[in-house]
Design a protein around this ligand. Structure first.
Ligand SMILES: [Zn+2]
Length: 408
């Protein structure tokens, strides 16, 4: 499994933010082709990659009784934020607990003092990049662990399992991982994404997320003769931004289960100024209130500019997956038991973001997220422990065993 991981990270599968193609970069399909080849070699059924770059396969059941079909999903692409080209994975055997200076750029230093999880990994094998690229454990660790678990199952036919469906997806990092994913064709009743960090964590909750576009309109006029005519939308927008909360309700001042309102683009001129926001909350109600607050603040702002007005447009991004998962408690429960069977303390965790699973939940496929063991995603200091990767694989096998005894 580790050997596989080291091979997968060498494929440059970086996705691209502003591409109009799907997948956003053609090179992701190179890893897809390799995965198709490996899954075929393991005698899986229906192994294919479609035109969108989705790799899917079936491990047929080895039992007579009917059990739910379970999906295992990981994404093949890496973040557009850091280069994923010419990744040179480094294995630091028997980790001593000291700082790890990455050999390709000695300014890149992994310090246990800044990485509490790393401090716990003394004696482990730690894999990093050479410091000039990301590693790509996000999410090739998830891919390698799923392939590793399937490989184990095909080599140990005495381990009972129902039908297992596998999917490797492109473009997760640009928020489009399941845009063309055919849930019905995939055929799983429940699924798990392997895309989290600390092994033992089960992620059953994401933010609920919307994007908001707020446009203020003023009245342009020749500045030389503008007395009592000109209304400058730049000034209205500035006044509005000044009213936004600073010490609270912002990404830079919140953590854990607190939500926020985040202006991330402002552009315009005298006539109109657009402010783009993302808004986040773990409760849909909270999200609605944040939108109402923005609207009320905009109304208050334009009140002192009688000739101005504004429009506020909200678009849904994704919803907290817990609302769906709560209806199928067995899905998260089994994940917790599978972690325990591996000798770890299971922990529920909330994601301050979204996952492909969150969208799949609302497309009819309940899908919590499991940890791969990777850390410092989207950075040159990404790392993963070999022992944790083995644990993650063991947890997948445990899950498969548990589901083989389930009836619904
Ligand atoms: Zn990921």
């Amino acid at each position: 499994m580790v050997e596989r991981f080291l091979r997968y990270v060498k494929y440059d599968t970086q996705s691209a933010e502003d591409s109009t193609d799907y997948p956003s970069t053609e090179k992701q399909k190179e890893l897809g082709k390799q995965l198709v080849k490996e899954l075929k070699e393991m005698s899986l059924r229906d192994v294919s990659m479609d035109g969108y770059g989705y790799v899917t396969a079936t491990l047929p059941a080895n039992i007579e009784r009917t059990t739910p079909t379970i999906g295992l999903i990981a994404h093949m692409d890496t973040s557009p934020e850091v280069s994923g080209r010419d990744v040179k994975p480094q294995i630091h055997e028997n980790y001593s607990g000291n700082n790890i200076i990455l050999p390709g750029d000695n300014t890149q230093v992994l310090r246990p003092s800044e990485n509490p999880e790393l401090a716990k990994k003394i004696g482990n094998g730690i894999i990093t990049s050479d410091g000039t690229t990301l590693l790509g454990a996000d999410d090739k660790a998830g891919v390698a662990e799923i392939v590793g678990a399937v490989h184990y199952l095909t080599n140990n036919p005495e381990v009972e399992h129902g039908i297992i469906k596998i999917a490797f997806t492109p473009d997760e990092e640009v928020g489009k991982g399941v845009d063309h994913f055919d849930v019905k064709k995939f055929g799983a009743q429940y699924a798990y994404t392997l895309d989290g960090e600390t092994v033992g964590e089960v992620e059953n909750e994401t933010f609920s997320a919307d994007s908001v576009q707020l446009t203020f309109r003023g009245v342009p006029f020749h500045p030389g003769y503008a007395l009592n005519h000109l209304v400058n939308s730049i000034k209205i927008a500035s006044e509005f931004v000044e009213k936004l909360p600073k010490g609270r309700d912002s990404p830079e001042t919140t953590e854990k289960t607190e939500g926020y309102v985040h202006p991330y683009v402002i552009q315009g001129g005298v006539e109109s100024t657009l402010i783009k926001f993302i808004i986040r909350d773990f409760e849909d109600d909270g999200l609605r209130k944040r939108e109402e607050t923005l609207r009320a603040m905009a109304e208050e702002t334009v009140r002192s500019y009688p000739k101005s007005n504004f429009t506020l447009k909200t678009e849904q991004s994704y919803r907290n997956m817990r609302h769906v998962l709560d209806k199928y408690p067995q899905v998260v429960e089994k994940a917790m038991v599978a972690v325990k069977m591996a000798g770890l303390q299971p922990k529920l965790h909330s994601i301050r973001g979204g996952t492909d699973g969150a969208r799949l939940c609302y497309m009819g496929l309940p899908t919590p997220n499991l940890a791969t063991g990777g850390h410092n995603f989207h950075s040159k200091l990404e790392w993963i422990s070999i022992q944790d990767m083995k644990k993650a694989t063991e947890i997948i096998v445990n899950l498969v065993k548990l589901w083989s005894k389930a009836t619904e």
